[in-house]
Design a protein around this ligand. Sequence first.
Ligand SMILES: *Cc1c(COP(=O)(O)O)cnc(C)c1O
Length: 363
Amino acid sequence: MNRVFNFSAGPSMLPVPVLEKAAAEMVCYGESGMSVMEMSHRSPDYEAIIQKAEADLRKLMNIPDNYKVLFMQGGASTQFACVPLNLIGRTGKADYIVSGQFSGKAFKEAQKLGYDVKCVATTKDDNFDHVPYVTRDMIRPDASYVHMCFNNTIYGTKFGYIPDTGDVPLVADMSSCILSEPVDVSKFGVIYAGAQKNMAPAGVTVVIVREDLLAYADPKMPTMLEWKTMAENDSMYNTPPCYTIYMLGLVVEWLLSIGGLEKMQELNRRKADLLYDYLDHQDYYLAPVKAGSRSMMNVTFVTGDPDLDKKFASEAAKAGMKNLKGHRSVGGMRASIYNAMPYEGVETLVAFMKKFAAENPKA
Ligand SMILES: *Cc1c(COP(=O)(O)O)cnc(C)c1O
């Protein structure tokens, strides 16, 4: 069976050279005589793997020395609780930007914990078809942090700018855009991301946190959710998700080998431009996201007819393009074109879109 073009929003495609390397090392890793899955996480072989994964990620993202890199479990969703639990102690209150479903969940989680949290900007009334423009005066100067989601996976929107929050640390969920382009880490207090969109299989969550922000956790909080515990134990307080971290290391190594995040951004730009240029020069499909907020990773579009949308996704799947159905909460189509999606995948999709439009005239 041939590999398909998998447009899934996550878990999603991994680079073929990474899968091949993992396959070659699956049964026997190096001279260890065992699979990475079977190793003690305290063994020298594994320590080398996790240390290299972190060092390579620091190099790739140009992470400053005063930031810790943590490998945690529980997905990005667990960080929705970790963020307030670790940071609210700064001032006792926090501000949220709600630009889609995940940032809404993060906001609700902090509310559920009973903290003084405020939604300072949202585009909910516009169906999240763009991201809000946030300025410093909208933020409470004594907020512990401002939380945002940089790329809204479900709606296909992305912040085209980094909000200026003054001295208030900015915390960003970057699950669906991390490693897609260079990012100035120093502009953020915390960046976190579940791995299964652009970094690795599911199972590990990367948290990049400025060291001075490790001091505010409630002493009663669960040990496993505390960033400081993870930082002090090099993410090995307990057994980490060993194999997933190994896979993340291979993905990062692959990105460095192709020329780093500048190169990746150029490749991603080409893919996204091809699809958006087509969408902008036809009138069969509608792309709901406003100019200036378009995601380079998740591209959403509809035909305007739910039956045709359904037919589109099922015929595309038969033609080797899987998982183009939009999120269950919004419908339509969504093409997730993460790092590992080849240009050829987007070319094939655009050709299919033209053919489908010609063969399925609207009433
Ligand atoms: C997928 C996703 C999540 C949820 O991630 P889990 O690892 O499944 O908890 C959160 N935020 C964003 C932006 C996502 O894309």
